[in-house]
Design a protein around this ligand. Sequence first.
Ligand SMILES: Nc1ncnc2c1ncn2[C@@H]1O[C@H](COP(=O)(O)OP(=O)(O)OP(=O)(O)O)[C@@H](O)[C@H]1O
Length: 241
Amino acid sequence: METAIEVRDLVVRRGARAVLDGFSCAIPKGSVTGLLGPSGSGKTTLMRAIVGVQIVASGTVTVLGHPAGSAPLRRSIGYLTQAPSVYADLTVAENARYFASLYRLKAADADAAVEAVGLTTARNQLVSDLSGGQRSRASLACAIVSRPEVLILDEPTVGQDPVLRDELWDHFRRLAADGATVLVSSHVMDEANRCDRLLLIREGVLIADDTPAAVKRSAGTDDLDQAFLKLIRQQEKGVAA
Ligand SMILES: Nc1ncnc2c1ncn2[C@@H]1O[C@H](COP(=O)(O)OP(=O)(O)OP(=O)(O)O)[C@@H](O)[C@H]1O
């Protein structure tokens, strides 16, 4: 399968510590890849490196054949950060239309993105009047409006109810089926089961890179939570040995 994102021997230091310590992975094109790991394990840092906004100490990050952050990628990557990045004094529809206009897209494209995130009924509300979960979805609408080839989503379903989470995952799967490469960080294991592949990261080190089924099989359990706990304990033993 063709690789969309290739990370090789990546070292990122934040403060005095190596937050990513010789991290390598290859993310296939047209897939949904889940990035999982405990809080502080380096997920956001890896996503920032892929988007090209993170200073790296060494190693390489290549996206669609170009160095991360380089000019040819500007229109090809959508990035949803954990902090919603929408204008509070504009409505949902105005925000989406503004982002659409940056890509010379039409109002109808913006409206489609608003619908995809389930905000059609709130489309004329100011972002400042939205709930936290709605604000995050408004931000997601702006990240997907240009239909980027690579979509980097940092915990896109936090604060969403189960029905909405399910719909958002259906949407991610549709985007991948249309050829997009979607990298999603999550803490929720039932979401991990919906990914084509999983990257499990702990303290800046990759401890699993496989399909959900293979991760479960290698841990000898049907439960991803249990599988991850097992892998983390195995890694701890390996580090201690
Ligand atoms: N600006 C910063 N300066 C120094 N250290 C930082 C900075 N930002 C993050 N870190 C540290 O880098 C490590 C990895 O952080 P990162 O945000 O990548 O983790 P994460 O896996 O995304 O966590 P979460 O699931 O809580 O969002 C953490 O130990 C964090 O304290």
